[in-house]
Design a binder for this molecule. Sequence first.
Ligand SMILES: [Zn+2]
Length: 57
Amino acid sequence: MAKKKKSKREYVWLECGDCGQRNYRTEISVAEGAPKLELQKYCKSERKRTTHKIRRK
Ligand SMILES: [Zn+2]
């Protein structure tokens, strides 16, 4: 059995689905299976809330 770290975290970007701009940098936990892939966030360049997708490095 492989060892698992309880607090496995990863830094990701939240990229706007409309204009493709990376507006947020956030930390997600990858220990609890698949993380949420889409979030409603405010896009600064478009001045509205859009769907942001998680982008790994
Ligand atoms: Zn945008």
